[in-house]
Structure formats: structure tokens, C-alpha cells
Design a protein around this ligand. Structure first.
Ligand code: NAP
Length: 339
């Protein structure tokens, strides 16, 4: 186990990396645990690694690709000395200071790292339909990331499930590759913003299947396992079932926060988002455990933008810095709920 750090940042999306830039510039030598590439919930760089063009991040008049933006933020954090490690946190103990963080075996007696403050920026992940064989079909015709997988479906017919901004964004991007994109939505009205809707309605390659739910994945068994060939869908108004054949299916039905690690340790809303900055606290990013801060999508289900995540990462860094200035006596103190 290494020495007690001033700050450990868990997560490396726009919130975590902005917190890293600020705490590094404040000479707090932040340790950033960025996650592991193979995992959906621990994707280093966060959800922007799975997006296409970001048109609304200030400073990029021509837009910027999500992965490129995250790579620049990472470089900027490294430039100021952030210690970024490609590891996955398996357990935390926030019941006593210094706080403890485990990598690898969560039953290990000794934690891997300890810190005086923790900034939680673990983000959120894609929701799935939870239909049979879903997990094994991911990468075999089923995807949640048009940027990553769109290329594989060149000149094929593709289905996108969902009716929000994500679904429309994915569908619009996929028209670059696909011969046709069908958006399957469970209602007859989109949730997506007007500008995104207009773009999709004007796109000749996009069709809509309204009032339709997905009942089943259709697939063929092959030597490499199951391979998706379409969906069995159900029209909720007519009650009719039908088969919708597709080379690829993209699920874009929203997200859930990555807060399993903190269950029973940090205050959360019913839907799992962390609660920050409750009445009575001066620090907007403070959780209910003194010295633990949270920023980005893990505590924000309202705005969920890269720029708001980055802004809240800056706030968490400043809050942690001020907290450290005010607390010299951090060693071996039982934490107490501050609210
Ligand atoms: P969202 O806004 O929550 O939309 C989820 C969509 O999936 C809704 O249309 C919902 O249907 C549908 N859905 C949910 N569960 C379903 C299920 N089990 N089966 C079938 N359909 C289901 O999520 P999002 O599109 O991921 O967007 C999240 C946030 O990110 C939003 O604030 C959005 O504005 C933002 N965003 C912005 C951009 C951009 O500006 N470029 C891009 C992507 C996302 P109902 O409509 O019936 O509820």
C-alpha cells in the first residue's frame, strides 16, 4: 500500500479529468483511477469515448470527436502531473479517514490506496432491454455504440431502439454507413430535442416504427456463437407482432449511474444517483460523507452534458482543495454524516 494521498479521483470522464487538471495544478498530486477499457461501466474517458461528434462543447467551432476531446483532457491532466492509472476499483471504505480504495481482490486485508479526500466521478452507463441472450449478442450484431461499431454494418439495414437524443444521434450517425436505419420507439412521439428530431425527419435514410416494443432478439447459431439477425417487435396499439430483420441493432434507451461501489456508504436518490450539495452544506459537490465529493453524471440526471460534467469536476476539485486546507487532523478519524 502506498502513502496516504491528498486526493483520489475515481473515474476519468470530463468530470474526473477536469477535477484532475484542477487538483494537479493545485499541487495535490491527484491519483486518477481511470477504469479498464473492456468494461462498459468503467470505460476510461467515460461515455464520450462512445460518442461521435460533439458540436456543443465551447471552444470547438467545427465540433470535435468525443474520443479526441477526452484524449486532450487526459493529456492536459498528465501535463500537470496527475497520476492516471488504468485500473478498476473493486471496493471502497468511506467509513473512516483516510479513505480506502481496493484494486483487484476486494477481500484483501489491506487497501491498495488511501486518501484524505475522494472525488467520485464514475459516470453512468447505457441501459439495456434485458431480453434473453442480450449479453452474448453484444458485439455479434448488438451494440450500444454507433461510433465503435457503425463501420461493421456498411450497406446494411440497421435498427436503433429509443426515442431520446441518444437514439436520434446514433441513427443520424449510422446513416453514414447503413443503407437504411429504422428507429423503433415505444410511443408515437420522440423525447429528443426539436433540432435533433428535425434532422432525423429530413434524413431520407431514417424511418420510424412508432408505438413498438422489442419482444425478442432473433439470431442464428453459428460456429462463433449467436449472431443477431433481427427483432421480434410488438405494436402496442394494434397488438400485432412482426419480425424486423437487421444487420445490426443499437440500443439507445438511456443510462444508469455507476454507483454500486458506494451503496450503503453514500447518500443516493432512489434511482441510484448520488446526492450532493444538500441544504446546509456550502460545497456544491459535497456528498453526505465529509471529505468525499462527487461530480458529473454520477450525481446529475438532469443536464448530463460534457460541459456540465466538466464544470462540476472543477467545483469538486476546488471543494476538495478547500476541504484539505481546513482539515489538518485527517488521520484515523471515523467519518460522520455531515447532514
Ligand atoms: P433519454 O432522454 O432518457 O431517452 C431514453 C429513450 O429511450 C426515451 O425515448 C424512452 O422512451 C426510451 N426508453 C427507455 N426505456 C426503454 C425501454 N425499456 N424500452 C424501450 N424504450 C425505452 O436518454 P438519452 O437519449 O440517452 O439522453 C439522455 C440525456 O443526454 C438527455 O438529457 C439528452 O438530451 C442528452 N443527450 C444529448 C445529446 C446531444 O445534445 N448531442 C446526445 C445524446 C444525449 P420514452 O420517451 O417513452 O420514455
Amino acid at each position: 500500500m502506498s502513502d496516504v494521498r491528498d486526493v483520489i479521483i475515481i473515474g476519468s470522464g470530463p468530470a474526473g479529468l477536469t477535477a484532475a487538471i484542477y487538483t494537479a495544478r493545485a499541487s495535490l498530486d491527484p491519483l486518477v483511477i481511470e477504469g479498464e477499457p473492456s468494461s462498459t461501466s468503467d470505460q476510461p474517458g467515460g461515455q464520450l469515448m462512445l460518442t461521435t461528434e460533439v458540436e456543443n462543447f465551447p471552444g470547438f467551432p467545427e465540433g470535435v470527436m468525443g474520443p479526441e476531446l477526452m484524449s486532450s483532457m487526459r493529456e492536459q491532466a498528465l501535463r500537470f502531473g496527475a497520476d492516471i492509472r488504468t485500473e478498476k476499483v473493486t471496493k471502497v471504505d468511506l467509513s473512516a479517514r483516510p479513505f480506502s480504495v481496493w484494486i483487484g481482490d476486494p477481500e484483501a486485508a489491506e487497501p491498495t490506496y488511501q486518501a484524505k479526500t475522494v472525488i467520485v466521478s464514475t459516470g453512468a452507463q447505457s441501459l439495456m432491454l434485458n431480453l434473453p441472450r442480450e449479453n452474448e449478442l453484444i458485439g455479434h450484431g448488438l451494440s450500444t455504440c454507433a461510433t465503435c461499431d457503425g463501420f461493421f454494418f456498411r450497406d446494411q439495414e440497421i435498427v436503433v431502439v429509443g426515442g431520446g437524443d441518444s437514439a436520434i444521434e446514433e441513427a443520424t450517425f449510422l446513416t453514414k454507413f447503413a443503407s437504411k436505419v429504422t428507429i423503433v420507439h415505444r410511443r408515437d412521439e420522440l423525447r429528443a430535442s426539436k433540432i435533433m428530431q428535425d434532422r432525423a425527419f429530413k434524413n431520407d435514410k431514417i424511418e420510424f416504427l412508432w408505438d413498438t416494443t422489442v419482444e425478442e432478439y432473433l439470431f442464428d447459431e453459428g460456429p462463433l456463437g449467436a449472431k443477431l439477425r433481427g427483432l421480434r417487435v410488438h405494436n402496442v396499439k394494434t397488438g400485432e407482432d412482426s419480425e424486423l430483420l437487421a444487420g445490426g441493432v443499437f440500443i439507445a434507451i438511456g443510462h444508469r449511474p455507476n454507483t454500486d461501489l458506494f451503496k450503503g456508504q453514500l447518500a443516493m436518490e432512489d434511482n441510484g444517483y448520488l446526492i450532493t450539495g444538500a441544504a446546509g452544506t456550502e460545497m456544491e459537490s459535497a456528498t453526505d460523507v465529509d471529505g468525499v465529493f462527487a461530480c458529473g453524471d454520477v450525481q446529475d440526471h438532469t443536464y448530463r452534458q460534457a460541459i456540465t460534467a466538466a464544470g462540476s469536476g472543477c467545483m469538486a476539485a476546488i471543494d476538495a482543495e478547500r476541504w484539505l486546507e481546513a482539515h489538518d487532523d485527517i488521520d484515523q478519524v471515523r467519518t460522520e454524516t455531515t447532514w
